[in-house]
Write a protein that binds this ligand. Structure first.
Ligand SMILES: [Zn+2]
Length: 134
């Protein structure tokens, strides 16, 4: 069996899925596809200000993987802005973090809101995902 690619955790999907330069028909524009996990990397790192260790934990990936996702996302967004392309956000390898489990503090086992940067009980910043037991 081929190794299963781990799916990345995404807390919520983007509110808008297509950004298009005004006044130019879409068929004349290049379209750049940004995956939902790339969008999440931007949201956690550049919007919420998490460092890569925190953000990689929230997304349930290694730091090198997170770094690769983030670099790819930044590169695509920069290219879209510079070249005036359509940016479409969809697809990718991810599961929604609010549906399949919850974040647990690795020090005190408290449940942690994926939006918070540290444990509300003990202040630790190391979390892991736990599945809801069924
Ligand atoms: Zn804790």
């Amino acid at each position: 069996m081929p190794p299963r690619k781990r799916r990345r955790k995404v807390f919520r999907e983007p509110p808008v899925s297509v950004y298009k330069p005004a006044g130019i028909p879409a068929r004349e524009l290049e379209e750049i596809l940004i995956t939902v996990d790339e969008f999440e990397a931007i949201r956690l790192s550049d919007f919420k200000g998490m460092n890569q260790r925190e953000a990689s934990t929230v997304m349930h990936v290694s730091q090198p993987t997170f770094n690769r996702i983030l670099s790819s996302a930044r590169n695509k967004i920069a290219r879209g802005l510079v070249e005036g392309s359509v940016l479409r956000i969809e697809g990718g390898n991810y599961v929604l973090g609010d549906g399949s489990g919850f974040l647990k503090c690795m020090s005190c086992e408290a449940r942690v809101d994926p939006e918070s940067k540290s444990c509300p009980k003990c202040g630790a910043t190391s979390f892991r995902w736990e599945r809801f037991s069924s």
